[in-house]
Every structure is written in structure tokens, then in C-alpha cells.
Ligand binder design. Structure first.
Ligand code: 5AD
Ligand code: SF4
Length: 458
């Protein structure tokens, strides 16, 4: 069977798609370009309105490609969870809908539908426990894929939990991904070990709210901090990251880990959402700016070079100019390396839909533009300050821009910054993806660094 996967949304979706591709390939299916495919899998996101709308335009585009028996669309992810069977009623070329917990059964379902052309299936039930996936936890059985391995050589993602219990007032995730379900710590650790054995150098632990790992399990054996220490001790693992963290749940032991664990990258995504206490309260975030700034100070005390990034929403219902200035102010105080910022958008069923007054679209747009402009300046300055530094870069792929007399590779430093490294006199055919190299930074750009290597990659 020839199939293709189109992925929208967050890192969890990217990781889910990677797993699904491997799971299908291990059953003899072949991942191909869209133009060659018979079966189209769309992994969807509904966190904001824009990505949700993309699903409908893709469905329209794919309809003419599903005219023959055996050609169909499968929809997974958050929009699938939300709309469910409704997709099939509106779009007859959709024959499989699978939600967050349903993905573990998607490979069997896809095989079934590829044979039985009359059938369609809906897998949107939530299950009470984290659904382990076949291929998760490499058992040595070669038809099971070590599933954390994604598309970037040397790097892997490991799910540690699924879902969220926080119900922030703007957020659809608790409805689409369901209640928080932690994976067992032994399954997580075993998977990390098998990935390192398979040559992985950097592992990113994934979950909607990784800091509350284990809290949903009565008698859970490890806290998130303990899990980090266990994984950090795996011999041969060079780098660990984790995402996403809710500030209210970050334990002092996790902060301390940034000062103690040599392979925990000095890099943390800590979504602030707003700098105004009044708006944070309306959002139901359960921290205020003083507490947030206290966490930042604690992190910088144990790890002064930590690169912090964030998510910010502007134009949340009731946000005044004064509230927005508070957000600008917290950005200025924390000086994030980079941030993702969004205009608030109403999502079906969330509490903020009923909150008034809504902020005028143009006002929100202007706030967003101001904020992004400020962030760009902060990003440029912090990158500039790194010129002349030495750092270790994990190489990913050859850079888009090449110069004569060698080859440039793109990779990331421990802080998560993009670094383009020039290898003088090196042949383009030499594959350095997944290798580490010591680099001296020679130049900073708007969103990246440029450097040259010091010594041989390893
Ligand atoms: N409107 C705008 N942004 C949102 N986010 C989540 N829900 C909404 C919404 N309704 C943003 C938050 C979150 C990120 C993944 O998306 O900033 O951290
Ligand atoms: Fe959404 Fe809040 Fe849960 Fe994050 S913590 S997924 S913003 S409800």
C-alpha cells in the first residue's frame, strides 16, 4: 500500500505521525509523496482556528484523488477527536477517524480498510490508561520499530504522558486529548535505553504538561524530577530536553536538575501566556507574575546560561492596554530567546468563549505585531551576545545556504538555537547528520548563529 501522512500542529503530532509511518512501514506499506499515494492520513490540530481550517481545505484537495476503491482519507489528531463521525457524513472519501487514544489501533484499522472497501471506522473513545503502542519500548523483535526515532538523525522523542487536566480557559486540549494519563516510568526508561542503544544522542520527553508526570497515578513510583535523574544517568545519552512545562507544576527539584544534570540541556519552554495577573487569573493559569518571575530567577541562579522560550496569547477576552503592557514588560524582564505568540481565538466548548468583552480584531493584531517586533529585537541581541563563544552543536542536515570551498551543516546548540556550521574543504557527500561537533560562533543572524568547527565531529 502506498500512503502519505500530512501533519499539522505540535510536536506531539509530529511524533505521532513518525510513529504511524514506521508502524505502517513495518507492515509492508510504503510512505510516498502525496502525488503517488492511495491512502492519505491527515494528522490534525485544533488548538487555534487557523490550523483547524486547513483540514477542510486539504480534504477538498484530496477528494478528486480518492475516486477508486482502496483510495481513501484517514483523519487523526485533535480535530478528529472533536468532530468524530461527522467527518464521514460530510466527506465520503474519509473512511477512518482516530482520536488521541485511538491512534494505537490505527495501524490495524488502516490494514482492515485497505482490504474491505465497504467499511469505515471511528476510533474516538478515550481509554483510562496510557495506551501503550506496539513498537514502543524496543523489545529486540525486529518487526517492532524503536518508535521514538523520528526524521532527524540522532534525535528522538519519547512520550511520557498524554492529555491535560488543567482546563485553562482558552484551551481545547483537555477536550481533544482527554484527561492526563502518565505512562509507566519503567516503559519510559526502557524506551530511552533502547533508543540510546540504537545510537540516539538527544531525547526530548514529550507531554502536554510533563511536570505533572505521575500525579494522575495512585502509587506512581517516580516524580518527574526523579524520572529526569534516571534518564540522565543512561550511559551514552548526550542531551535531554522536555516539553511542555506548566509553570504552576514545576517542582524545585526540577529547577535544581538544571544545575546538576550535565546532559540536561540549558533550555526550557515555559509558557507564560500573559504578563497580567488579572488576565492570568481569568485564564485559570494558577500562577501570578511574581511566582513566574521567581521560577525564572531560580532557574537562572542554578543555570545562568539557560535559554528560555515561551507562548503568549494577546487579545484574551477583557485584555486592556494596561494588561498588554504587563505582557510586554514580562517579556522585557525575562528576555526570552524566542516566543510563539498568538491572537486569542474562540475554540468550541472552552470557558473563554463566554467571557466578555472580546478584544477588537485590529487591536489584537496591533498588539501582536508590537510584541513580535519587540521579541525579534530581543532575539537578535541575545544571539549577538554569543558571538565568539564556543559550543557543541548536534548536526541535523546540510544548510539551505551554501558557500564555495566546503559545506555548511545546520544543527542546534544545547540551548536549542539554530547554528549553521561551515566545514572548510569538506565534501558534500560526507554524512554528518546526528554527529556532534565543537563550534566557534563567528556571526549572528536574526534567528540563527553561524560558526566554524573546532576539530573533528564525533
Ligand atoms: N487562542 C489562541 N492561542 C491559543 N493557544 C491555545 N489555545 C489558544 C486559543 N484559543 C496557544 C497557547 C498555547 C499554545 C500551544 O497555543 O499559547 O500554549
Ligand atoms: Fe491547554 Fe492549559 Fe493544558 Fe496547556 S496546560 S494543554 S494551555 S489546558
Amino acid at each position: 500500500m502506498k500512503f502519505t501522512v500530512l501533519t499539522f500542529g505540535c510536536q506531539m503530532n509530529v511524533h505521532d505521525s513518525d510513529w504511524l509511518i514506521r508502524a505502517m512501514e513495518s507492515r509492508g506499506w510504503r510512505a510516498v509523496e502525496e502525488s503517488e499515494a492511495n491512502i492519505f492520513i491527515i494528522n490534525t490540530c485544533s488548538v487555534r482556528e487557523k490550523p483547524e481550517q486547513k483540514v477542510y481545505s486539504v480534504l477538498g484537495r484530496l477528494a478528486p484523488l480518492c475516486k477508486n476503491p482502496g483510495e481513501f482519507v484517514a483523519i487523526g489528531g485533535c480535530v478528529a477527536q472533536q468532530i468524530g463521525k461527522g467527518f464521514m457524513e460530510k466527506f465520503p472519501h474519509v473512511r477512518l477517524v482516530f482520536g488521541s487514544d485511538g491512534i494505537s489501533k490505527a495501524p490495524d484499522a488502516l490494514e482492515e480498510l485497505a482490504v474491505d472497501h465497504e467499511k469505515s471506522l471511528v476510533l474516538t473513545d478515550f481509554v483510562p490508561e496510557y495506551p501503550e503502542r506496539k513498537g514502543g519500548g524496543f523489545t529486540g523483535n525486529t518487526d517492532l520499530v524503536p518508535y521514538g526515532i523520528g526524521t532527524v538523525p540522532g534525535q528522538a522523542f519519547v512520550n511520557i504522558m498524554q492529555g491535560c487536566d488543567n482546563f485553562c480557559a482558552y484551551c481545547i486540549v483537555p477536550y481533544t486529548r482527554g484527561r492526563q494519563k502518565s505512562r509507566s516510568s519503567s516503559a519510559v526508561i526502557d524506551e530511552c535505553r533502547s533508543l540510546v542503544d540504537a545510537g540516539i544522542r538527544e531525547i526530548t520527553l514529550l507531554g502536554q504538561n510533563v511536570n505533572s508526570f505521575g500525579l494522575d497515578k495512585k502509587g506512581a513510583d517516580l516524580s518527574f524530577a526523579q524520572l529526569l535523574y534516571e534518564i540522565s544517568a543512561i550511559k551514552g545519552l548526550e542531551r535531554i530536553r522536555f516539553t511542555t512545562s506548566h509553570p504552576k507544576d514545576i517542582a524545585p527539584e526540577v529547577i535544581r536538575a538544571f544545575g546538576e544534570l550535565p546532559n540536561l540541556c540549558p533550555n526550557l519552554h515555559l509558557p507564560v501566556q500573559s504578563g497580567s495577573d488579572r488576565i492570568l487569573k481569568k485564564m485559570g493559569r494558577k500562577y501570578d507574575r511574581a511566582r513566574y518571575l521567581g521560577i525564572v530567577a531560580g532557574l537562572r541562579e542554578v543555570c545562568p546560561e539557560i535559554a528560555l522560550t515561551t507562548d503568549i496569547i494577546v487579545g484574551f477576552p477583557g485584555e486592556t492596554d494596561e494588561d498588554f503592557e504587563q505582557t510586554m514588560d514580562i517579556m522585557e524582564q525575562v528576555r526570552y530567546e524566542s516566543s510563539f505568540s498568538f491572537k486569542y481565538s474562540d475554540r468550541p466548548g472552552v470557558a473563554a468563549v463566554r467571557m466578555q468583552p472580546k478584544v477588537d480584531e485590529q487591536v489584537a493584531q496591533n498588539r501582536l505585531a508590537r510584541l513580535q517586533e519587540r521579541q525579534n529585537r530581543i532575539t537578535r541581541k541575545s544571539l549577538e551576545a554569543l558571538v565568539g563563544n564556543e559550543m557543541v552543536v548536534l548536526l541535523e542536515r546540510t544548510s539551505k545556504r551554501q558557500e564555495a570551498g566546503g559545506v555548511a551543516w545546520r544543527g542546534k546548540d544545547p540551548g536549542g538555537r539554530v547554528v549553521n556550521v561551515h566545514f572548510d574543504g569538506m565534501d558534500e557527500a560526507v554524512n554528518l547528520a546526528g554527529k556532534l561537533v565543537r563550534v566557534k560562533v563567528s556571526e549572528s543572524k536574526n534567528h540563527s548563529l553561524v560558526g566554524s568547527r573546532l576539530g573533528e565531529p564525533w
